[in-house]
Design a protein around this ligand. Structure first.
Ligand code: COA
Length: 331
């Protein structure tokens, strides 16, 4: 792309609630074992927000971003929130965050693309910056998955956790850093394998929808697993080829954290050593829109993520929706 400026991430932070739900806790709730969960998913524990909503997970992360960058909320121009668990259908969670932090000069909106929501939101924000229209865009990925998980269903309740994370996007004229490229995909023929059927206009809430559990997340794990492995690996390999890169040129793969076996398959397809893959699924489970920015935040804070490093973000989720983004770290 012929560009004068790129969008680059200039700050990143995350927040997880205090309460931890371990595999051993789940053993007491459903018929499962720590060994099964660890072996089939790589998850040991996840965090759960006991009181409050998704915005309560996002706000501390957003405030951390502002502090890190040393700017006031009034300087933020756009807030994009990727979530499948908005505080309410409307107003948007972006509006709730905007008010809470006092971003009085910002507009914003929520974006729903399931586990690929953060990538879709990040590219949307990047385009706003590249166009020259805006200079400070907040991109948030946050989900209170515990609000839509059925804790009597062992197929799904072991997988998910709650978390919020945020990045600030700004323009850079240094064309050796920032967001370089993306491949984003959507295939709605996957809609019946991973969905929440109730609560929307198709099945408005009623005693019957609640009694049938339609307000809970449903997943055909086996069906999703097969397409997720292929989809995430294909798109991650494709973005390398498209940019004349090989696995050796990549410093970090930042995969959506849904299942350790999917992550391993994706890394192996890209020819990447395990030491170059960000993995924290063991401690948080699948936090949907927060997984990728939360990895970036943790690796940035620990000093492992360094300026100039080449990174591939990669995701797969409901829809189906999937994609990969290539960037060079700029902070
Ligand atoms: N504890 C113990 N046994 C369990 C279990 C649990 N928590 N959950 C399922 N099982 C059982 C099943 O009932 C099944 O038993 P059966 O063979 O007697 O029917 C057996 O374990 C195997 O189930 P299966 O669904 O084949 O397991 P799996 O190896 O596919 O793992 C998932 C299940 C959900 C972990 C896996 O399919 C997965 O990660 N899917 C994709 C998730 C994803 O990427 N989502 C997209 C992004 S959100």
């Amino acid at each position: 792309m012929n560009q004068k400026q790129r969008a680059t991430i200039t700050a990143v932070d995350h927040y997880v609630p205090e309460k931890i739900l371990t595999n051993f806790d789940l053993e007491k709730m459903v018929e499962t074992t720590n060994d099964w969960i660890l072996e089939r998913t790589g998850i040991r524990e996840r965090h759960i927000l006991e009181k409050g909503a998704t915005s309560d997970l996002a706000i501390p992360a957003v405030q951390g971003v502002l502090k890190q960058r040393g700017i006031s909320a009034e300087e933020i121009e756009v807030i994009i929130v990727a979530t499948v668990t908005p505080d309410m259908f409307f107003p948007s969670t972006a509006a709730i965050i905007q008010d809470a932090i006092g971003a009085k000069n910002a507009w914003g909106f929520d974006m729903e693309a399931a586990c690929s929501g953060f990538l879709f939101a990040l590219m949307t924000g990047a385009r706003f910056i590249e166009s020259g229209a805006y200079k400070k865009v907040l991109v948030v990925g946050a989900d209170k998955m515990s609000s839509i998980v059925d804790y009597t269903d062992r197929n799904t309740c072991i997988l998910f956790g709650d978390a919020g994370a945020a990045v600030l996007l700004e323009p850079t004229e240094n064309l050796n850093e920032g967001i370089f490229d993306s491949i984003l995909r959507l295939d709605g023929s996957g809609k019946e394998f991973l969905y929440m059927k109730g609560g929307g206009s198709l099945n408005p809430p009623s005693h019957q929808t609640v009694d049938s559990g339609l307000h809970y997340l449903f997943q055909d794990g086996k069906a999703v697993f097969k397409v997720a492995v292929k989809g995430m690996a294909d798109v991650s390999a494709e973005i390398l080829e498209k940019n004349n890169l090989a696995g050796k040129d990549v410093d970090w793969l930042v995969p959506h954290q849904a299942n350790l076996r999917i992550i391993d398959a994706c890394a192996s397809r890209m020819g990447l050593d395990a030491s170059k893959v960000m993995i924290n699924i063991d401690r948080y489970g699948n936090t949907t829109d927060a997984t990728i920015p939360m990895c970036l935040s943790e690796w940035h804070k620990s000093g492992q993520l360094k300026k100039g490093q080449t990174i591939v973000l990669s995701s797969f989720g409901a829809g189906y929706s999937w994609g990969a983004i290539l960037l060079k770290w700029g902070i």
